[in-house]
Design a protein around this ligand. Sequence first.
Ligand SMILES: [Zn+2]
Length: 119
Amino acid sequence: MSTLVNILREKCPKCGKGQVFTKKGNILLLQMPKMNTNCTHCHHKFEKEPGYFFGSMFVSYALIVAEMIVFFLLASQVVDSFVTILVLMGIITVLGSPFNFRLSRMLWMYLLDGPNKKI
Ligand SMILES: [Zn+2]
């Protein structure tokens, strides 16, 4: 349970105390989230090698597909127009991109480099 809380609070996968992101990002201001290079508490290096977060794009894709399926099922009960639902899905995808970016990287780090990994 604490691992899930640490992922959602964007804490370091090793110590669970340092923050991973310095900026949360705001798509309306055209700002993407900014990561720390190392943990502020235990100095654990987040990006092990160049391209380390390439796989998090697939996690992000899975997240957005799951979110859009849920949104489509809920919106189709309220909105009659399919085009309106598609436009709303596009808007939500863009507005939620900083959140999905951060969550996918956190899931990727905890998957590959979580608190129980020894390497
Ligand atoms: Zn740490």
